[in-house]
Design a protein around this ligand. Structure first.
Ligand SMILES: *[C@@H]1O[C@H](CO)[C@@H](O)[C@H](O)[C@H]1NC(C)=O
Ligand SMILES: *[C@@H]1O[C@H](CO)[C@@H](O)[C@H](O)[C@H]1NC(C)=O
Ligand SMILES: *[C@@H]1O[C@H](CO)[C@@H](O)[C@H](O)[C@H]1NC(C)=O
Ligand SMILES: *[C@@H]1O[C@H](CO)[C@@H](O)[C@H](O)[C@H]1NC(C)=O
Length: 464
């Protein structure tokens, strides 16, 4: 699945992003993290008017490094990488407002940080769901950084974004920048975000107050310039004003054919939004009517596009491979059809979530340990193949904690809320303090091993 968003970021002339981004954007609400910037750069860096701060404090895993290339955009010049091969995932945990809708954007620029010449391929995970595979090889070979973007609902007051090794991973997963930004409620609001996320495939054109990426698109069709400003706030999804500045058109009586997105997409359901405006000066005659077809299927019939502009969207539309958008003018139209901007986002079903009370109890447990395993962050159970080291569950409720012989130290907290815990192995570690009272009360806990620690009254709880 290619969720790759390329951006024109030639290595030769970097210091600012090209004109694709406005120079005077205001920071969106949320966090823009410059991964691997280190503690000393607490003041942050500014890229195209956006302020990025260090990622210190948002993850406890990984090592940081600075790339040798010295002509890079500041946020690409450092990265955090994750050399620990025993950890099952590496997570960032970002404070959010529970129930809020967030745009998560990850940026990767390899830069040969591990001494190799090809970027590692690995997984990325959002809120316990596998989001996709990060494969930046093609972009990197072209001197470009890679972006991925997803819209997701925050189900708790922290949002987790993780990377993890998969079967293809040859060196360490890494990340160059991470952005988590709050979106207005109205954005993509017809999507069932309780069960799905929207992963961006392509979006064109221009820049955005929410910092979504709108890439330029150019084909052989003529471009026209708008003579009437629209108010983006009147549109669903609040496209940037610039999206209406230019439009692609064709001559009178002809159908307008566009091959877009320019990548082949994997078979699945997509959210598609198309934006149109008659570019002429407003008058009683400034409108045009046409049919909109996607891959030969009618997307919208007899669309009447005026100078006010209009959005047409589908919350669920099947796509596979190449996509062709065709606009067919109705009979007798004196002008050809137009299109200004478009978005295609993949609908990613969420893989569920560990019971909140179990997550809270596990985070608490991790906090009491002086040296918890480095993957004890993000969702404890999900995705299944990326659960926390030593933790097994029935996917939503936690059943087993097996951490014998791990040189762990600290105290063992109460675990009242782990109602489904069946076995607890903490033997052969260096735990101190009292044996939690809750252990004798949990209804299903039938296997407790705490021997060879420095607990008070070590022998008062024995394996049952
Ligand atoms: C990463 O950091 C850890 C802890 O600071 C250190 O022990 C380890 O040697 C570092 N690994 C690499 C590959 O630099
Ligand atoms: C989505 O937002 C638009 C614009 O604010 C609003 O008109 C519409 O009623 C909302 N739809 C849903 C399903 O909430
Ligand atoms: C398209 O909309 C304009 C403006 O509302 C209207 O004057 C025109 O009659 C409409 N055209 C058709 C074919 O419905
Ligand atoms: C896991 O256990 C919980 C609590 O007993 C239960 O509610 C849930 O249905 C179980 N899930 C699965 C997938 O078996």
């Amino acid at each position: 699945m290619s969720l790759l968003l390329k951006i024109i970021l030639p290595i030769c002339c970097l210091l600012t992003f090209p004109s694709l981004f406005a120079q005077s954007q205001t920071n969106p609400t949320g966090y823009l993290l410059d991964c691997g910037a280190g503690e000393s750069s607490s003041a942050g860096v500014t890229v195209s008017g956006l302020r990025y701060v260090t990622d210190e404090g948002f993850t406890s895993a990984g090592n940081i490094t600075k790339l040798k290339q010295n002509d890079l955009v500041p946020i690409l010049s450092t990265l955090r990488y994750f050399p620990d091969t025993s950890a099952r995932k590496f997570c960032y945990s970002i404070p959010v407002i529970k129930g809020g809708k967030y745009l998560v954007k990850t940026t990767y620029y390899y830069g040969g940080f591990d001494g190799g010449d090809k970027p590692p391929v690995f997984d990325q995970i959002v809120e316990g769901t596998k989001w996709g595979v990060v494969d930046t090889s093609e972009d990197y070979a072209n001197g470009l950084s890679s972006f991925y973007e997803i819209v997701v609902l925050a189900k708790a007051n922290r949002l987790s974004v993780c990377v993890a090794r998969n079967g293809e991973t040859k060196s360490s997963p890494f990340m160059s920048a991470l952005e988590v930004e709050n979106l207005d409620d109205s954005l993509y609001n017809a999507t069932d975000f309780a069960n799905n996320a929207l992963s961006t495939v392509a979006r064109c054109c221009f820049d955005d107050k929410f910092n979504r990426i709108w890439q330029p698109f150019k084909d052989l069709n003529p471009v026209v310039i708008s003579h009437h400003k629209v108010n983006p706030l009147e549109f669903w999804n609040v496209p940037p004003e610039k999206a209406f500045k230019n439009a692609i058109t064709t001559s009178r009586g002809k159908r307008l054919q566009i091959q877009w997105p320019q990548i082949s997409v994997s078979t699945g359901d997509y959210y598609i939004a198309l934006y149109f405006q008659d570019n002429r000066t407003p008058s009683p005659y400034s409108w045009r009517v046409f049919d909109v077809l996607i891959n030969g299927n009618k997307f919208y019939a007899n669309l009447n596009v005026t100078t006010k502009g209009v959005t047409v969207y589908s919350t669920q539309w099947p796509l596979s491979g190449q996509t062709e958008i065709v606009l067919i003018p109705s009979n007798d139209m004196p002008v050809g059809p137009v299109i200004n901007a478009a978005e295609v986002l993949q609908i990613l079903p969420l893989g569920g979530k560990t019971l909140s009370k179990d997550v809270v109890a596990m985070l608490d447990l991790g906090r009491q340990f002086n040296n918890p395993p480095s993957d004890w962050s993000g969702d404890p159970c999900l995705p299944k193949e990326n659960s926390w080291t030593g933790v097994t569950s029935n996917l939503t409720a936690l059943n087993h904690i097996w951490l014998g012989g791990n040189k762990l130290s600290g105290t063992i907290p109460e675990m009242w809320s782990l109602k489904d815990l069946r076995s607890l192995h903490l033997e052969n570690n260096q735990f101190e303090g009292p044996v939690p009272k809750s252990l004798s009360q949990l209804p299903h806990l039938s296997e407790i091993f705490l021997n060879n620690n420095k607990l008070d009254g070590q022998n008062s709880v024995t394996a049952q």
